[in-house]
Design a protein around this ligand. Structure first.
Ligand SMILES: NC(=O)c1ccc[n+]([C@@H]2O[C@H](COP(=O)([O-])OP(=O)(O)OC[C@H]3O[C@@H](n4cnc5c(N)ncnc54)[C@H](OP(=O)(O)O)[C@@H]3O)[C@@H](O)[C@H]2O)c1
Length: 373
């Protein structure tokens, strides 16, 4: 058996605990180094979370992570303004990278990450871990396998109230680190829209507003997107993101996709014309953790109810980091790209930046991509 891949985790906070837990469950990886500003506080955080690490070393200097010969993967779980610099340095040092979202906070940072990772040919994965959520994975498959027909409209809503309960409140609410609602949080919705529809945005237009006290940036944004190739002869697919930390309601992550055959609306599949073949769907669905039952709306219309674990909580201890980390480890060992690398995430970040730019200019449309490839 070859030695497990050595992992260093940087920034021992809320999310890092989940990274560490998932790496520990992977038999081909071992957490060997923790980079923290305060070893005692980091150890206490792990103890409180019930995580025990044998033979782990601590350092306060990121340079030690870059130099460590037994570290193959660096997991970057620090506040947003540190991601780009730490990712670029890790790539230069030849380390594979798990990078928390957002990757870069502006086009300069995105370019730096892209170029450094390309040059170093290291593997990367970005924490849009909802790709491993059973419902979202099903929604992606349903559209891709053609069950909805030709897509016409898709909307993702992400309503998650983040205030001073959050461990990262001191930095996330600032422009210097959190930067904007989409970059700090709503990028999950943008990523889900891209992944579920399989389409890229050609143009966006957005409005934003603010409500929740304490933030240095607007806390709600509504984005309209023209999706698909800009010169397509077909009508564009319309996309919409509503993302907010203001709604006084439980966390909601809602996915809707309307095709010319059927509509997926959260856990319901609905149709107008041709009846939808439930038995054929049951047979074709490749996911054992997704099941279906017939349903009826109050109007009497027939529907299918999807039973799957939904993306239903802001609590990261329920987020599917295991799938993300297992994919990164497998890709490093097998010398292949992850499906969620920094180049893919860059497109999500560009939409966030373009939408923020549009909102700052009173809704004026902004064309994409922002970066030349
Ligand atoms: N993918 C997801 O679902 C998800 C969910 C939540 C957050 N995130 C992302 O994960 C990253 C970390 O978020 P978190 O929720 O874990 O935040 P957090 O609890 O504040 O943890 C961040 C850690 O970074 C370290 N750090 C280094 N420099 C710092 C500074 N100047 N100020 C504050 N902390 C500093 C601290 O650890 P030490 O004291 O050990 O140095 C801190 O505990 C963020 O980029 C966030 O966007 C992702």
């Amino acid at each position: 058996m070859p030695r497990p891949l050595g992992v260093a985790v940087v920034g021992i906070g809320w999310v890092a605990v989940q990274h560490i837990t998932a790496f520990r469950r992977n038999p081909h990886a071992r957490v060997v180094l923790l980079c923290t500003r305060d070893e005692r506080r980091a150890a206490e955080r792990l103890r409180t979370a019930g995580v025990t690490l044998e033979d782990v070393r601590y350092t306060t200097r990121y340079a030690d992570v870059l130099k460590a010969r037994d570290v193959e993967i660096v997991s970057i779980a620090t506040p947003n303004h540190l991601h780009a610099r730490q990712a670029v340095q890790a790539a230069h040092a030849g380390k594979h990278i798990l990078l928390e979202k957002p990757t870069g906070l502006d086009t300069r940072e995105l370019t730096q990450i892209r170029d450094a990772v390309r040059r170093a040919r290291v593997r990367t994965i970005v924490s849009f871990e909802l790709h491993y959520n059973p419902y979202l994975r099903f929604a992606h498959w349903l559209r891709e396998a053609g069950w909805l027909g030709a897509l016409r409209f898709a909307r993702v809503q992400y309503l998650s109230r983040v205030t001073d309960w959050y461990s990262g409140w001191s930095w996330v609410r600032t422009r210097a680190s959190g930067r904007s609602h989409l970059l700090a949080a709503g990028c999950h919705a943008v990523d889900a829209l891209r992944w579920c529809t399989g389409l890229e945005a050609a143009e966006v237009s957005a409005y934003h507003t603010r409500f929740t006290a304490g933030y240095e940036w607007p806390t709600s944004i509504a984005v309209n997107l023209r999706m698909g190739p800009s010169r397509a002869r077909r009508a564009p697919v319309l996309g919409q993101i509503v993302s907010s930390t203001d709604f006084q309601m439980p966390y909601a992550f809602s996915v809707e996709m309307m095709g010319d055959r059927a509509t997926l609306r959260d856990d319901l599949i609905l149709w107008n014309d041709e009846p939808f073949p439930l038995d054929a769907l049951r047979e074709a669905c490749p996911f054992p953790d997704v099941s279906f039952s017939p349903a009826a709306l109050p109007t009497g219309a027939q529907a299918i109810k999807v039973q799957a674990e939904m993306p239903g909580t802001a609590d990261v201890s329920h987020h599917p980091f295991q799938g993300e980390i297992d994919e990164l480890v497998a890709c490093v060992l097998e010398g292949r790209e992850t499906h969620l690398n920094v180049h893919d995430a860059q497109k999500t970040m560009e939409i966030c930046l373009a939408a923020d730019r549009s909102a700052e200019r009173g809704g004026r449309p902004v064309r994409l991509p922002l970066l030349k490839s």
